[in-house]
Each structure stands twice: as C-alpha cells, then as structure tokens.
Write a protein that binds this ligand. Structure first.
Ligand code: GDP
Ligand code: MG
Length: 419
C-alpha cells in the first residue's frame, strides 16, 4: 500500500514519541512533521486554537494528506480539526484499529477487530445523533436526523451479529493446530513494546536491509522471514508488539491480532535496557502477563535486553540485578551495533534446533489418534515405540528441540495444552 504523508502530534516524552512514530509507520504513514504537546484534551481541537492554526500551516507546507493525533479524540474535536485543517484527522485509537485490521487473517481475529471498530464508532454515532437532534449541527457529516438514528441502530445490530459469529468461531477454534500444520519449520517470534527494537533486530537477523520504520513490514507475509541458524532454517516473525494506553474495548482485538503472529516455538521478548529501572520492571511484568494470557508458558520465552550501546556495563549490570536477580545468564545485545548477536543466536539455536531427548507415555488407543502426526515426527526425529506390559505405550524420541516441544502435548499427563 502507498504510504500517506502525515503530520504527527504526540506527547513530549521520549517513549511517547518513539511509540507514536512506530505506530504511524505500522499504519503506512510517512511522518513529514512531528509536533509535541503536553496536553491534547482541550475541548474544541484537542490542542489550543493557536497551535491548531500552526498545524494547519505545517500540513499545507508539507503537503501532508493526514493529521495523526496520538490521543483519543471525541467526534466533535475530530470534526472541528478536520474542518480547520482541511485534511483527514485520525486519532490514536483509529490508527491502532487500522494497524490491526491490516494484520489479521484468521476469522476470529477479523471479527475481534471488527467488533472493536464498531465499539469505536458507537459513542461517536451517539454524538452524531445528539448533535443532529439538538439541531446544534444539523447534517453533521452529511447525516440528517433520520439517517443518524438509522446509522446508530445499524451499528448496534452489527455488534450483535459479530458477537454471535464470534461465539460460533470460538467453538471451532483450532488456530494453533492449523498454523502448526502449515508451518513445518521451527518458528521464533519477536515480542515487546513498540520501540524496543524488534524490527531492527528482525532486520539484522534476517539480513533484511530495508529501513526501519519505513512501513514496509506491515503485512503479515512480509513480517515473516526465514533465517539460517547453525545450518537449520527457522522462521522469524516480527509482531505488532505491545501498545501502551490501550482502551479496554480494544484488548480482545489486540490479543487476537498478536496471538495470530506470536504462535511460535520460542518467543523472544525484546526489552529496552535503556529504560528507567522501575519502568523496566513494570513493562516486563505486563509483557509476561499478556504472554501468559495468550497461552505462552514462561519456559518458551527468552528475554533479550536490547540497546546495550546506550548504557555503561555497570549501569546494565545494576539494572539486571534489579529485574532478574542475575547478570550472568542475561542476553544483552545491541540490534544497532550487532553486539551480543552471536551469543543470542546460539541461545536461540539451543532452544529450538539443538538435539534433545524426550519420553512420552500414551494410553493404548491413543497411538491411533496421533498416527498422522507420528508419521511426520518420524521424518524429523528418531522414534522408538515401546509397548509396556501394562498396555501403555512409551515413545522414546530424539530430535531437534522445536519438534520435541510440539510433541509434549501428546503426553497423557500433559500439563500444557498446545492445541
Ligand atoms: N541505540 C540503539 N537504538 C536502537 C537499538 N535497536 C533499535 N534502536 C532504535 O529504537 C527505535 C525503535 O526501533 P524499532 O526496531 O522500530 O522498534 P520496534 O517498535 O520494537 O520494532 C529505532 O529508532 C531504532 O533505531 C539499539 O540496539 N541501540
Ligand atoms: Mg516494529
């Protein structure tokens, strides 16, 4: 998709700026001007009138086609701004919804995103109804009173339809299964907050030279690439990443979007070690919480501390001590300079491609249930089938760890269910 030129307004904090730029890029916008404001909640335009007029000048001199405002705006603010500035105004929530919408491919995730879009529209429809009824702004956005009422009812009806469909899709959900069957290669995905350096690391590992933040990695297919690791081919996925200030109604859509991309034998959780210690701890905790809600157990997550080039060794050691209680085992890298990448690669190899052994116990009849998968397993691993005196079946397996991990759910007493 063609990138659209945009003026971006966000908050002055470093993190806010980085995140807003990353979101804009993921939405295929090319930021031509960046404006920071301490407060974006003013009634008429979100910002003061004077600032809004400055922005109008910027938009026209830079020939921007869109104004991105990195904050939740009410429909009257969007209306006022668009009227003053003369281009489309997209607020933070709308931008995030656009990003989700273009990433999702499964039925369930699509429905979750559609539901969030409708919920975004809902209060705005109510605004439009109210404005039209009080005659404050008759024909607001070209809608008469009658049309607005109808519009509101249509949204409500669509919400209930989507909810019904979702309930149906959930019953037949086998997302993990399908993906696993499709991708018969070890897969590793990158998770972490926006701005942590996922895309930079993705490009470094896959040898992709496209500029970071160019917006060219926004579709699902281009965010999956293969890389070579000690002679084995693995698939690496760059995900949408965690987003701060996510309104409650968007959480399900976010999870569905991420869930689709994050299905992997190993998740690399990228953390910016340059952050302040308490901020680091909070962020890392919320990442872990989201990952576990998505059904990814901690032993499948490898935390990576990125941007080592920005701090001294002592500073980094101090922070690691505080977060992890250990310094020696931590993977500290710089995706920018390449520092620590060889060690990272060997840790990934260790977790997914190195040979391991495992024993699986099955009840008598169960061997038939998994016979198809067992045949596939035999192509990649050594399998010895032993019939125990009890009638129970024991599988002795030896093969690359990613395959072994996937078979663990066969186990009669499996604690983690992969499917
Ligand atoms: N100094 C430094 N900057 C980095 C490093 N890795 C990424 N960055 C910068 O951090 C910003 C966000 O990186 P990006 O890869 O887009 O983050 P993502 O949102 O996680 O994909 C960019 O400006 C990168 O150049 C690093 O190791 N060191
Ligand atoms: Mg990225």
């Amino acid at each position: 998709m063609r990138e659209r030129k945009a003026v971006l307004i966000t908050f002055p904090a470093r993190f806010a700026v980085e995140e807003a730029k990353e979101l804009a890029a993921a939405g295929d916008y090319q930021v031509v001007e960046l404006v920071t404001q301490r407060y974006l909640g003013k009634a008429q335009f979100g910002m003061g009138k004077g600032k809004a007029e400055e922005v109008r000048e910027m938009v026209s001199s830079s020939q921007a086609e869109v104004l991105l405002v990195d904050e939740h705006l009410r429909s009257n603010q969007i209306y006022n701004l668009a009227k003053l500035i003369g281009v489309e105004v997209i607020d933070r929530e709308k931008l995030i919804l656009e990003i989700f919408a273009r990433r999702v491919t499964t039925a369930e995730a699509k429905l979750q995103v559609e539901l969030a879009e409708l919920k975004y529209e809902m209060p705005r429809a109510r605004d439009k109804v109210r404005l039209a009824k009080t005659g404050e702004q008759p024909g607001f956005h070209g809608l008469g009173k009658y049309e607005v009422d109808v519009y509101y009812r249509v949204i409500k009806r669509r919400i209930s339809t989507v909810l019904e469909k979702l309930a149906m899709v959930r019953q037949q959900r086998d997302l993990h299964h399908r993906q696993r069957a499709r991708i018969d290669l070890p897969t590793v995905s990158l998770a972490g907050y926006t701005g942590a350096g996922k895309t930079t690391l993705f490009n470094l590992l896959t040898g992709e030279s496209k500029e970071v933040g160019s917006g060219s990695f926004t579709t699902l297919s281009t965010s999956i690439r293969s890389m070579n690791l000690t002679g084995s081919k693995i698939l690496l996925t760059d995900t949408v990443g965690f987003i701060t200030r996510l309104p409650t109604y968007m959480i399900e859509a976010f999870k569905a979007t991420l869930e689709e991309q994050i299905i992997a034998d190993l998740v690399l959780l990228v953390v910016d070690i340059g952050d302040e210690p308490d901020y680091l701890v909070t962020k890392k905790q919320s990442c872990s919480a989201i990952l576990s809600e998505l059904g990814i157990s901690p032993w499948r997550v490898l935390t990576i501390y990125n941007k080592s080039d920005k701090s001294s060794h002592e500073e980094i050691a101090g922070k690691l001590q505080e977060i992890d209680g250990t310094v020696d085992n931590a993977i500290v890298i710089s995706a920018l300079t390449g520092d620590g990448i060889d060690r990272l690669k060997s840790r990934i190899a260790n977790a997914v491609v190195d040979c391991v052994e495992s024993v699986i116990f099955l009840d008598k009849g169960e061997i038939y249930r998994i016979s198809g998968e067992l045949e596939r397993l035999k192509e990649n691993a050594e399998v010895e089938i032993v019939k125990e005196a009890s009638g129970e079946i024991k599988l002795n397996i030896r093969g690359p760890s990613w395959i072994i991990k996937r078979t663990e759910s066969w186990n009669r007493n499996a604690t983690e269910n992969f499917s």
